[in-house]
Design a protein around this ligand. Structure first.
Ligand SMILES: [Zn+2]
Length: 138
């Protein structure tokens, strides 16, 4: 593995737990214990019902392309070699949205609603990032 030079998440608080699950090859999000609403990014309070009670729950890892943008000119030197690339918002089956990337689809071939599923990319010994691959429509 060549050295990974892109910015990495800070492993603290709930973010540390989120990436801990990713390292195990599982995607987990917070789910409200009172009303069952899933949420991401990690936070203390349910935006739906105001409850402080929540648990980590495992996502199916399946979802679809919600939206994306194409970056043609890197705003950070570490992304220079990746251009053009498409930061993509994935909407998971549970309703939460995650900013990621679809690895096996070129930016110009992305489509809203394209079915995708999570794959995990270990970019350092510490950090594993959730990325996505296209799945055939059923
Ligand atoms: Zn709630």
């Amino acid at each position: 593995m060549s050295e990974y030079t892109k910015p990495l998440p800070e492993l603290e608080g709930h973010t540390k737990d989120f990436y801990g699950f990713c390292k195990q090859g599982e995607l987990h999000f917070q789910r409200c214990s009172a009303c069952g609403t899933w949420r991401h990014v990690p936070r203390e309070l349910c935006a739906e019902c105001g409850s402080w009670d929540w648990e980590w729950a495992r996502s199916s890892g399946r979802g679809e392309v919600y939206t994306w943008t194409v970056v043609g000119r890197a705003l950070h030197p570490a992304f220079q070699q990746s251009c053009p690339y498409a930061p993509t918002v994935i909407e998971l089956e549970e309703g939460v949205r995650l900013l990621s990337e679809v690895l096996d689809v070129a930016p110009e071939a992305l489509e809203i609603g394209m079915p995708v599923e999570v794959v995990f990319e270990a970019v350092t010994d510490e950090i594993t990032l959730p990325k996505f691959k296209r799945v055939a429509a059923s």
